[in-house]
Write a protein that binds this ligand. Structure first.
Ligand code: CA
Length: 510
């Protein structure tokens, strides 16, 4: 049977022996593909079809990488579902290519600017926000109440301030605060308070008896941090606490209200990218388009950050080869080793990453997911590695070591100094952050149409051949500058969809 549908088959590399179906709704058995292959079964969108006969135990190649070995004989035109391949062992961390030097710096890109808020420390924000930091979860209810009051009663008087952000989290007490690994949540919270979007003028609310005392949270990096401590004897009742927070907020708002946007080079932007709710099209449409935009950012001198350790672990050789120096390659390997041990302690490995939705979307395993995820990093040399919770100390393409969990990754990229977030999704997630605008990119047309008021950019046009990866990457770059400048609000920002901070704490809870 020859169908009237024009079949779309997405093959990433000429060496690949499988390719994905691009058509919305998939393709029925009997469809004749462009190179004469006849589909032997119905194949859903994003799922793989064998381009040639593959014998049992032979490698299955996608992205020119071995994503698995055949568990049975697979005929040309067969649907290669998750049961048809066995996952390979992770690549060894010994004897990796080390900063081979073959990856040349990309040519500079000049002439692009955005309108940002310049801070005293040289950083530039994309929004002007009052942040209320917290030392411990105990104060969250009071802080949320105060933030509501600030938004309603004070903010209308300060037209240049965009919003107030309560930085609630579950850390601060009931934790082994001196255990190995506890430095990660502590420095994460400290560096989030230093995020450029907060203009160097956050305030802090503590309880009094918590383990994470304000001095320990602030370290030497934060000075002049106004503190409201709820257990102070000066407070009689709830109203007194709220009044104290509102008074401190009022002074900070007056300070923030003097900030004005000014024209800044793109090199002042700090963009974090990640994916979530991925499907097989993520790696062929939205993620490569993000890679194009990341290359443009790096060429313009900006900081572009990619993360998600379990989604790059299987591609580590690509990353160490792209490291700008041997030290960067060593740092990449150190982060992978640390995370391998962390997962082993929990009795799992990187395969624990994939979700039922990923698999239904056509991603057979973490290897295939990783190959499609890593392309978000584009092609530039990797200039540095930022350990979890640390703040980026240089420009260029950086690997920020974070779990792939959307909220944990977003929280750690905020600590690294991110001022704009790009998030790709195929299954669909309404993800958003209060501290930075989140631009969401859909991997296929059906999601972009169904979630027309939640998705900012549709990369599905790449699958249907309406646009090239380069086209969508260029559009994303232009959209980033508009959103960074406040000319456009992202969908999640406009709807005030804010996920909670999720602080990564590898240390024990007591
Ligand atoms: Ca993620």
């Amino acid at each position: 049977m020859v169908t009237a549908i024009c079949p779309i088959v997405l093959r990433v590399h000429a060496d690949d022996n499988v390719a994905a179906v691009g058509n919305s709704g998939g393709l029925p058995a009997g469809t004749v593909l462009p190179d004469g292959i006849i589909l032997r079964r119905n194949v859903p969108q994003g799922h793989k079809v064998a381009l040639r006969d593959i014998g049992v135990d032979e490698p299955i190649l996608r992205y020119r990488a071995v994503i698995g070995h055949a568990t049975r004989d697979i005929a040309r035109g067969d649907w290669v579902d998750g049961s048809a391949l066995r996952m390979p062992a992770p690549p060894s961390l010994d004897d990796l290519p080390h900063a081979s030097g073959k990856v040349a710096a990309l040519p500079p890109l000049r002439g692009h600017t955005f309108e940002g808020y310049r801070n005293a420390d040289g950083t530039v924000g994309t929004r002007n926000l009052l942040a209320i930091g917290t030392t411990v979860q105990c104060v969250a209810g009071v802080v949320d109440h105060a933030a509501r009051r600030i938004r309603e009663e004070l903010l209308p008087r300060y037209r240049n301030v965009d919003d107030v952000v309560a930085l609630d989290h579950v850390y601060g007490c009931g934790v082994a605060i001196d255990a190995p690994g506890a430095e990660i949540p502590i420095r994460t919270l400290r560096n989030i308070l230093r995020n450029p979007n907060f203009g160097g003028a956050p305030l802090l609310v503590g309880l009094g008896c918590e383990k994470l005392q304000p001095d320990r949270l602030a370290g030497t990096a934060l000075t002049d941090l106004p503190l409201v401590r709820l257990q102070d004897e000066s407070h009689t009742g709830f109203a007194s606490m709220i009044t104290a927070i509102l008074e401190a907020a009022d002074r900070r708002l007056a300070q923030l209200d003097t900030r004005r946007r000014e024209t800044c080079p793109v090199s002042d932007l700090v963009v974090g990218v990640q994916c979530g709710g991925s499907d097989a099209l993520s790696g062929m449409t939205a993620n490569p388009a993000v890679g194009v935009a990341v290359d443009l950012l790096v060429r313009a001198g900006a900081t572009a950050m990619f993360s998600e350790i379990t989604e790059v672990r299987d591609g580590i050789a690509q990353l160490t080869a792209r490291a700008a120096t041997p030290e960067v390659a060593d740092a990449l390997i150190r982060e992978m080793r640390w995370y391998d041990a962390y997962l082993e302690r929990g009795g799992v490995d990187r395969s624990a990453n994939t979700t039922p939705g990923n698999k239904a979307g056509g991603l057979a395993n973490i290897v295939e997911k990783a190959m499609g995820s890593i392309v978000k990093s584009g092609t530039a040399p990797i200039a540095g590695v930022v350990p979890a919770g640390e703040r980026a100390d240089r420009k260029g393409l950086l690997f920020v070591a974070t779990p792939a969990s959307d909220f944990v990754c977003g929280t750690l990229q905020l600590a690294a100094g991110m001022t704009l977030h790009v998030f790709t999704t195929g299954r669909g997630t309404p993800y958003g952050l209060a501290a930075v605008p989140v631009i969401k990119v859909a991997t296929h047309n059906a999601l972009a149409e169904r979630w027309h008021d939640l998705i900012d950019l549709n990369a599905g046009t790449i699958a249907t051949g309406e646009a090239s990866v380069e086209d969508v990457g260029q559009s994303l770059f232009a959209l980033m500058l508009d959103v960074a400048s406040g000319r456009i609000r992202s969908r999640a920002e406009g709807l005030r969809l804010h996920n909670a901070l999720a602080v990564f704490n590898p240390a024990p809870v007591t």
